[in-house]
Design a protein around this ligand. Structure first.
Ligand code: SF4
Length: 394
């Protein structure tokens, strides 16, 4: 089972780039506008951290997220990629870099492709200028099309586009228009997120002060249903609450071919290293989190210490509960046998009460040895998952 994992088998790597040109009004991720010196110092520290973990890893998936990885300059990217080469970290089957449409350049995109980056995830959010302005995004719609064309021209054949709905003031028509325009581009993957009002964001403050109103729940539900219908009709399969991927014509069920393997590893409870400020990791059930302060992060590494803010080792049962919760986010749910193989626990007996309760609510079904959420359950996925996570505290 994966829980007796040997560190040599860690094959997923997350790298956090904590910089953005400007903070978006809804964003609670750790990121800040940088100076050139701060970015140079971060790159040096990141390379030291990579040196510390590289020998335990042979990454099959790599994900550069943030923040805005594409904000790094050509020479900063060159240093990171050369370090990957020196540390034998190249060759991932899936290597994703998140990009902002405003900071994609031909020179950098070619460099990434040359070193093996084969998946780009671009934060589009909307193609409506007024909505983009409301979100505080730095890009406009023409930058989306320009960057997308450029990435295709360079040869990226696996592109994800992120969209957001239930944005204050966003009409159903505006949402549908953005969706339709995205579908014309035919990306391999689309991720659609409902706007969440996170504390310590501009948009949360605006809500508190009555400057904006939360989107009506019924409208948000219609937007969600329209999205599922349109994407399904256009050949995308929903394989997780917010994630849709293209399917081959002869692939009738299961996880779609273009699904994000890196995220599937998270949802299946697999191990991964997280490097960079604020990055989380999970190595055989030992969870780690790096300092969410770039200055402290760099200082630690300059002294030769890993910048871990905390580590936590969960019991086997707690880990299994967490794995159950994450895996339920996926449309394929849990094969009971696979869950047992991975965790050593029988989902249907260890969590009998919870499984029966979710089935009784119409949120889940148990059929043919597979436990999964229903369409109704997917709407309440967080509440469904909590049943398993809350058991962790016992
Ligand atoms: S670009 Fe992404 S990470 Fe940066 S502030 Fe905006 S939403 Fe947050």
């Amino acid at each position: 089972m994966i829980y007796t994992i040997n560190q040599k088998t860690v094959d997923s790597l997350y790298v956090h780039v904590p910089f953005c040109a400007r903070k978006c009004d809804y964003c609670a991720f750790y990121s800040e506008p940088p100076t050139r010196d701060e970015m140079d110092r971060y790159v040096r520290a990141l390379i030291i951290e990579l040196e510390m973990v590289a020998s335990d890893m042979q990454p099959k998936t790599v994900f550069f997220g943030g923040g805005t990885p594409s904000i790094l300059s050509f020479s900063q990217w060159t240093q990171i990629l050369k370090a990957f080469e020196r540390l034998n970290l190249l060759g991932a089957e899936e290597w994703t870099v998140e990009c902002n449409p405003a900071t994609v350049s031909e020179e950098k995109a070619r460099l990434l492709a040359d070193y093996g980056v084969n998946r780009i995830s671009m934060g589009v959010q909307s193609l409506d200028e007024s909505i983009l302005a409301k979100l505080g995004r730095i890009h406009n719609r023409s930058m989306v099309f320009k960057s997308y064309d450029l990435l295709r021209r360079i040869g990226f054949s696996n592109i994800n586009l992120d969209l957001m709905f239930a944005i204050p003031g966003q009409s159903l028509e505006q949402w549908n228009r953005s969706l339709d325009e995205i579908l014309v581009l035919q990306p391999e993957h689309i991720a659609c997120y409902e706007l969440i009002y996170e504390e310590d964001t501009v948009i949360f403050e605006q809500l508190q002060q009555g400057v904006i109103e939360e989107t009506d729940e019924d409208l948000a539900a219609i937007m969600y249903e329209d999205m599922i219908r349109k994407l399904d009709h256009s050949g995308y399969r929903q394989y997780e609450i917010a994630n849709f991927a293209g399917v081959r014509r002869n692939q009738h069920q299961g996880i779609p071919e273009m699904a994000c393997g890196h995220n599937i590893n998270y949802w299946r409870g697999g191990s991964y290293y997280g490097v960079g400020p604020s990055a989380s990791g999970n190595i055989g059930g030992v969870r780690t989190r790096n300092s969410a302060n770039t200055e402290r992060y760099c200082l630690s590494l300059e002294k030769g210490e890993r910048p871990l803010e905390w580590t936590e080792e969960l019991s086997l049962r707690a880990r299994a509960g967490e794995t159950a919760a994450f895996g339920l986010r996926m449309s394929v749910g849990w094969s009971l046998d696979l869950f047992y193989q991975l965790t050593g626990f029988r989902l249907e007996t260890e969590w009998k009460t919870e499984v029966e309760e979710l089935i009784g609510l119409g949120w889940a079904e148990l059929e043919g040895g597979v436990f999964r959420l229903t369409m109704l359950g997917i709407r309440f996925a967080d509440a469904a998952a909590e049943r398993f996570i809350m058991l962790d505290a016992e």
